[in-house]
Design a protein around this ligand. Structure first.
Ligand code: CTP
Ligand SMILES: C[C@](O)(CO)[C@H](O)COP(=O)(O)O
Length: 379
């Protein structure tokens, strides 16, 4: 049996995506785009090895994106995609090669099977999809409609015998072919088509990224968690609540800044992810948290969720006290909590109630807060 190497090209700069970090190293719901692409191929039973072509100077990004994946040494690519593919071909073992874009994070295993089966009776095999829209030539005006029945969208992975593909690149008539099937055809070799898959869509623009996030998000499991916290009034104000400082004659007692709202929301987030409670992560006995601003507790909980590929959908907190009145500060607290969590203000709700002068909050001895958080985690 010939070895099958998946060669993932990731040496591009992602100009059309417009993100600061090249798109292949940018986290897509907690995991680098490149890691998604590698993960989709590395476990396939017919793939012997996965190798990755990266840009010069991208080693640190690539190492961090692929920690834990066995992809051998990184191969350094070139200026154009075709240069990167050729550099990869020179570096890998002989046998079958599946050339794949790092920019395509999802690859159904069935597509790999179809490609390898088709390669048994062709020089190459590529996944294709039909055109669904009307296709025309034109610029600011149309200059003729093309018969779409003859047109196909060609995706990756593309399967070849390595030596055939190297030969085809030597013979290539086009200096910068957009894919391998082009050079194979130019060299007179036969490339078979197999059904592609919409999930193989290439992430080229910011819109593609959003769509991929939505697709991943829809496959996640929704979880909720609750949080509850109380702090007693002690000493003079102001008091810190919901990440803002409120002018009030009394402050709240606590080991940290005693922000009852942020503590309740932190616990709700930790609870939704089944990650324990705030006291486990930031023990009150630990002197380093004395007087600490509670923003960092909230950021920590949000980071833990996002590191697991999670999404925070919504938090809702009810403040229970007679005073201060929360209404005048509601919008500021909502905006601050949203800012700390990296959410939109519409994903944060702040409410308040009194206990009709009953109990410890009714006697104005302290403030209580209860929160609920809704998150999504990978299934
Ligand atoms: N010199 C290059 C250019 C591209 N690629 C890779 O080829 C795939 C398809 O390219 P594309 O999606 O166009 O990525 P970029 O070239 O990075 O994007 P842009 O053209 O917007 O800069 C990507 O996985 C990309 O990293 C590569 O390995 N070497
Ligand atoms: C190889 C490819 O993904 C096949 O559809 C495509 O041609 C890459 O084009 P790009 O302009 O390099 O993204």
């Amino acid at each position: 049996m010939e070895p099958v190497t998946a060669l993932i090209v990731a040496a591009g700069s992602g100009t059309r995506m417009g993100s600061e970090t090249p798109k292949q190293y940018r986290p897509l719901l907690g995991k680098a785009l490149l890691a998604h692409a590698v993960e989709a191929l590395i476990g396939h039973p017919r793939i012997t090895a996965v190798r990755v072509v990266i840009g010069a100077g991208q080693e640190a990004h690539a190492r961090s994106a692929l920690a834990g994946f066995d992809v051998g040494d990184f191969i350094i690519g070139g200026k154009e995609r075709a240069d990167s593919v050729r550099a990869g071909l020179e570096a890998i073992a002989d046998g079958i090669v599946l050339v794949h874009d790092a920019a395509r994070p999802f690859c159904p295993p069935a597509v790999i099977d179809r490609l390898l089966d088709a390669l048994a009776s062709a020089d190459g095999a590529v996944p294709v999809l039909p055109m669904a829209d009307t296709v025309a030539k034109g610029d600011s005006e149309l200059r003729g409609t093309v018969n779409r029945v003859q047109l196909l969208r060609v995706q990756t992975p593309q399967a070849f015998h390595k030596t055939d593909l190297l030969y085809a690149y030597e013979e290539a008539a086009t200096a910068t072919p957009t894919d391998e099937s082009t050079v194979m055809q130019q060299a007179g070799l036969k490339v078979a088509t197999v059904p592609g898959d919409e999930s193989l869509h290439k992430l080229t623009t910011a819109n593609d990224w959003e769509r991929a996030e939505m697709m991943l998000g829809s496959q996640m499991i929704s979880r909720s968690g609750t949080g509850f916290d109380v702090h007693a009034f002690e000493g003079p104000g102001p008091l810190v609540m919901g990440g803002i400082t409120i002018d009030h004659p009394q402050g709240l007692a606590g080991h940290s800044d005693a922000d009852v709202v942020l503590h309740a929301i932190t616990d709700a987030l930790l609870g939704a992810a089944a990650l324990g409670d705030i006291g486990q992560h930031f023990p009150p006995s630990d002197p380093q948290w004395k007087g600490a601003a509670s923003d960092r507790f909230l950021v920590h909980a949000a980071d833990l969720i996002r590191e697991r590929g999670g999404i925070i959908d919504h938090v809702d907190c009810t403040v229970i006290c007679e005073a201060p009145k929360v209404g005048p500060h509601r919008a500021a607290i909502q905006a601050r909590v949203a800012e700390i969590l990296g959410l939109k203000a519409t994903q944060v709700s702040i409410k308040a109630t009194t206990t009709e002068s009953l109990g410890f909050t009714g006697r104005r001895e302290g403030i209580a807060a209860q929160a609920i958080a809704t998150i999504r985690l990978p299934a």
